[in-house]
Design a protein around this ligand. Structure first.
Ligand SMILES: [Fe+2]
Length: 272
């Protein structure tokens, strides 16, 4: 495995990028082969594993997952729109923030959609639950059991320390995970080029496993903090802490689906 050292960019400049789209100017280095990247404190921040998912697995996943159809209306930073208060029918400002309708129309036109499989932790308005998409389409999970278990094994192999912390957390609530894995949830995004954002619902201090599928060119994931781009392809899996590291995609052509395997932040509370 290739090992590289990550060097930070200007931190203030990087912070101001949230909600904006990646540009080639933010990239000094692009990873396209199996690599482990550390910062100088010795911590592994990024692990890219290439050609580790059999073609039959990611092709089947693409077929089973490509019809997700929810609009990403709850992710203003990721869609690159300001998080503005919504205007209610009576013209008053709603307390809720979200993605403006005009932006949603553009996203719908370009076929952008999302879906969530597995379990979600509790919010103020909802108890812990299996997602409606999973209830409607159980085959989306069941048809990919071998793939999901493989991604779990890869996570354990490539990032054992992070994996162990996540396992301790999820084993507090064994009913709220996907089979015997450390994942409670899989987030799916179709033809969705994200602006720079942090993932917010994931358990902190561990890693998310990110896997692209489909037939496309481009779509590199840019981590501006280190001027790094991940040129990953179907068959590859990327591990990084998506709650702590700002990330977004370069444009792509073709059909691209991406799956993020993670553990919900407060999943352990579901056992209470
Ligand atoms: Fe993300």
């Amino acid at each position: 495995m290739r090992r590289i050292l990550l060097t930070p960019e200007n931190e203030q400049a990087v912070k101001s990028l949230e909600g904006r789209f990646p540009s080639p100017l933010h990239v000094r280095k692009t990873l396209t082969e199996t690599t482990e990247a550390r910062t100088k404190d010795g911590i592994v921040r990024v692990a890219l594993a290439c050609n580790v998912i059999p073609t039959a697995f990611h092709k089947l996943a693409y077929e089973l997952w490509k019809n997700v159809n929810e609009l990403p209306d709850n992710r203003p930073a990721a869609v690159g729109s300001a998080s503005l208060p919504r205007i209610m029918d009576d013209g008053m400002l709603s307390g809720r923030k979200g993605v403006p309708k005009q932006t949603l129309r553009v996203l719908r036109k370009q076929g952008s959609a999302q879906g969530i499989l597995g379990y979600l932790d509790a919010t103020q308005s909802q108890a812990c639950h299996r997602t409606p998409l999973t209830k409607r389409h159980p085959e989306m999970l069941e048809g990919n059991e071998r793939l999901i278990k493989l991604v779990d094994e890869l996570y354990r192999f490539y990032r054992p320390d992070s994996y162990a912390r996540q396992r301790v957390e999820i084993e507090k609530v064994p009913m709220w995970r996907l089979w015997q894995t450390v994942f409670s949830t899989i987030y799916l995004a179709r033809n969705f080029r994200t602006a720079y954002h942090f993932d917010s619902g994931n358990f902190k201090g561990v890693m998310t496993a990110l896997m692209p599928m489909g037939t496309f060119t481009g779509g590199e994931l840019v981590l501006p903090r280190w001027g790094l781009a991940i040129g990953f392809r179907p068959g590859d899996v990327l591990f990084f802490d998506s709650t702590e590291i700002l990330h977004g995609n370069q444009p792509f052509q073709g059909s691209r689906l991406s799956a993020a395997y993670y553990c919900e932040r407060d999943i352990a509370d579901c056992g209470k």
